[in-house]
Design a protein around this ligand. Structure first.
Ligand code: RIB
Ligand code: CA
Length: 308
């Protein structure tokens, strides 16, 4: 399975990097970075740090959008820390990004592999939107998109009704929703059931020490955020769930929905809505993960990480 990872590392993004390293079923073609959890510059530095930690420096890393299509830039350093990786410290990278920017690399790879590329979006989807705007033929050439994005019934984590990736760039997510691409959405409804705790750190005994230490130090900050801001014990590992379903789709139960987005609401801007009863009569444009086998996912994550 050929995959492009579009990401804003970010602590849970970093856990998705680690899981992808332990998923030989996935052939990572490129890593493209975006603004989101922090600035695209810091996200890119973090992506380079992570490919060095994981021995993935053969995978091209391209820097992407510095800001959303329309909105001003948002960052979430209270959630992911000043560096974007919480309390974890990794060596400053020597690996360099490729010359081409993220949107152009997506265009190049998809055009070279029509019908074969899955794009795993675990941040705001600005890069993908820019690629679709520049080369509309990608709508028919991208095999599918899996996007950790949005929330259907669960409270928003960016506003009362919106999830952070969509909140950062709702206009780009609207372009994705209207693209006609085979789209799978992994919303907070399932990801916030996947709470990683200190007990899971204990279960990682026997994993590669530097990786276990990174997970411990990065999620320590993330757990502090969840406790202080959301009254939640543990931390929601949103992005690894989106990665996991690439190879274990049975971890979740999908619903085919017509999904739309509010772009102008005073209180509900960036809220996505799933037409559960098909009141609109419109054809479904997304598969939405609405149930998850939490224990099976956590077991998968821990068992795979131990294989690195
Ligand atoms: O709302 C959670 C999502 O926003 C995750 O992808 C997290 O990394 C942030 O990007
Ligand atoms: Ca992310």
């Amino acid at each position: 399975m050929k995959v492009i990872l579009d990401t804003d590392p970010g602590i849970d993004d970093a856990l998705a990097f680690i899981l992808l390293k332990a998923m030989p079923e996935v052939s990572l073609q490129a890593i493209t970075t975006t603004h989101g959890n922090t600035t695209v510059e810091k996200c890119t530095t973090n992506a380079l740090k992570l490919v060095e930690l994981l021995g993935m420096t053969d995978i091209p890393v391209a820097m992407g959008a510095t800001e959303p299509l329309v909105k001003t830039l948002s960052v979430a350093e209270e959630t992911h820390g000043d560096t974007g990786l919480g309390h974890a410290v990794l060596p400053h990278p020597t690996t360099k990004i490729v010359e081409v920017n993220a949107a152009n690399l997506i265009i190049d790879i998809v055009n070279a592999n029509p019908g074969e590329i899955t794009i795993l979006c675990i941040g705001p989807v600005t890069n993908l939107a820019l690629a679709l705007l520049k080369d509309p033929t990608l709508r028919k050439k991208i095999k599918n998109v899996v996007s950790m994005a949005g929330t259907i019934h669960y409270p928003g984590n960016a506003t009362p009704s919106s999830e952070y990736n969509v909140f950062c760039d709702p206009e780009s997510f609207d372009i994705l929703l209207r693209s006609g691409i085979d789209l799978t959405i992994v919303p907070l409804d399932v990801t916030y059931q996947c709470l990683f705790t200190k007990a899971h750190i204990e279960r990682l005994a026997g994993a590669r020490e530097d990786i276990r230490n990174f997970i411990d130090r990065s999620t320590a900050f993330y757990m502090e955020f969840h406790a202080e801001y959301q009254g939640i014990e543990g931390c929601a590992i949103n992005d690894p769930l989106a990665a996991a379903i690439l190879v274990k789709p049975d971890l979740v139960k999908m619903r085919d929905y017509y999904v739309d987005i509010e772009l102008r609401g005073e209180f509900t801007a960036a809220k996505i809505s799933a037409d559960h009863f098909n009141a609109s009569g419109k054809t479904a444009n997304a598969k939405v993960a609405m149930e998850v086998d939490v224990d099976a996912f956590m077991d998968f994550f821990i068992e795979r990480v131990k294989t690195i």
